[in-house]
Design a protein around this ligand. Structure first.
Ligand code: GLU
Ligand code: MG
Length: 472
């Protein structure tokens, strides 16, 4: 399915070709003792949902999909269900089609393979709420203008070896301390081994700030692949953690009084029309810190919509317990060179490799976000910035909370929403996101966010973190 249009319908010939390709993969999977393939997608609340098929059924699944209710688009993080205008209720069905190009045996779960799924309706057309398709369409819209984006999600997680649902950090050494690697050296080795065997290119892994917290970063890829990779990385971390008797939490805030887990997104914009090959618009130009005018405009488009983007990228009530100043979470809408307190941290990389390395890091997003929706929304706002030729305010080179409140506006600093309700209000007002995501996606996101706000009405930070800790 290459053409990013919702009118696209799978033809009988395409279904047959997909079935044949899947059948050709089966002997290789059988040789690796794979018994079943898990097909995953991510729901509006950021939870990865799945249906699995025995390998013998893969050919049929590739051609005809696997039935699944569309109701999960209206699930809340506690598995309760709300009803919006476009999702919710017991009626209807859709089909999960494994993406055979991304199908891979899971080294961390022997006997299992995984494939991200495209969700298709009963007529064979993309389901209107399928986030993977939405992202593919955003990629196609940029490509039509001669642009591509390279993206990567950083993954932070906290390990617990507590009894049952109780949280007890599984490693206690100092933040970024070598002790933290020695404490869990075998676990970290097994994790790297499993990721390498699954084709994930890990760039680095390190102990993070909070007790039991680690972080892993991966190489940039095209946006759909980057979102798929973030799902694969998380499920691999989860499986290897279980194997070692621990549980991983990707929640934005694992403990109410500790540093949270971010889900920072790295982005660079590339001009594919240059005769010499793709050129990174985040380097190679005359703008701030070497951006081209288009790189600057792309960044400015994201900056302008940042409060609204939070309803997509920081989508849970717990997200706002994380998004506070002095936690490197980026609680202020502003940008700066290597500024870890700015929601947009611009990174040039070292002199000599900037043409390759320069990128924008969106720090205020977390891992409760559906990575497909998050990237689709970022690409859409960036694209609108380019077409409107937006310019950036002055970069901020201090911690923005140190700037007196009355001086912030003049310096291009805006406090980001401090609750999901505020972010939702900005989202519903944002013209770019309303236009590009479309009515069905916007209504469903708003319905789920409202549902989770109501779910946690009056709850203490401890109650919110406890109810969110093991969900994503
Ligand atoms: N854990 C921090 C967060 O909540 C990020 C730390 C870092 O900059 O890597 O986003
Ligand atoms: Mg980090």
């Amino acid at each position: 399915m290459e053409v990013a249009s919702y009118d696209r319908v799978l033809s009988g010939r395409e279904r047959a070709a997909l079935g044949e390709r899947a059948a050709a993969l089966v002997p290789g999977l059988a040789a690796k003792d794979v018994e079943a393939v898990a097909l995953t997608y991510v729901d509006t609340s950021g939870i990865t949902r799945t249906k699995a098929v025995p390998v013998a059924r893969l050919e049929h699944a590739a051609a005809w999909g696997v039935g699944m209710s569309p109701v999960f688009d209206a699930f809340l993080l506690d598995d309760s269900i709300v009803t919006g205008r476009f999702a919710g209720g017991p009626m209807g069905d859709l089909r999960l089609h494994p993406d055979l190009d991304r199908l891979v045996p899971l080294a961390a779960m022997p006997g299992w393979a995984w494939a991200p799924a495209d969700r298709v309706d009963q007529e064979g057309a993309p389901h209107p709420l399928d986030a993977r398709w939405l992202l593919r369409r955003e990629v196609a819209l940029l490509a039509a203008l001669g642009w591509s984006v390279r993206a990567a999600f950083e993954v932070e997680w906290v390990l617990s070896d507590g009894e049952g649902e109780d949280f007890a950090p599984a490693a206690g050494g100092p933040a970024y301390g070598m002790t933290r690697i020695s404490e869990l050296a075998g676990y970290l080795r097994d994790l790297l081994k499993a990721l390498a065997a699954t084709g994930v290119e890990v760039m680095q892994i390190h102990p993070e700030y909070a007790p039991g917290q680690y972080e892993l970063s991966v190489a940039a890829q095209d946006p759909v692949a980057a979102a798929d990779t973030s799902v694969l990385v998380r499920e691999t971390i989860r499986a290897v953690s279980f194997e070692h008797g621990m549980v991983a939490s990707f929640s934005p805030k694992v403990l109410a009084d500790s540093v949270g887990n971010g889900g920072h997104v790295h982005l660079s914009l590339w001009n594919d029309d240059d005769v010499e090959g793709p050129v990174n618009a985040m380097a190679s130009g005359e703008g701030p810190f070497g951006m081209t005018a288009d790189g600057e405009a792309f960044t400015a488009g994201i900056l302008e919509s940042l409060p609204a983007l939070l309803a997509v990228g920081a989508p849970s009530v717990a997200s706002y317990l994380r998004l506070v100043p002095s936690h490197w979470a980026g609680a202020f809408a502003c940008w700066g060179l290597e500024n870890r307190e700015a929601a947009l941290r611009f990174i040039t990389g070292p002199l000599g490799c900037r043409a390759e390395a320069a990128n924008l890091e969106v720090k205020c997003f977390d891992a409760a976000a559906n990575p497909y929706l998050a990237l689709a929304a970022l690409l859409a706002t960036g694209r609108m910035g380019v077409s409107a030729e937006l310019v950036l305010p002055e970069p901020v080179d201090v911690g923005p909370d140190a700037v007196p409140a009355e001086e912030r506006a003049g310096r291009g600093i805006v406090a980001l929403p401090s609750s999901l309700g505020e972010a939702l209000a900005a989202f519903e007002r944002d013209p770019v996101l309303n236009q590009t995501l479309g009515e069905a996606v916007v209504d469903t996101i708003a319905t789920v966010r409202r549902g989770e706000i109501a779910l946690f009405e009056g709850a203490s930070p401890e109650e919110v973190t406890e109810a969110t800790r093991w969900r994503h």
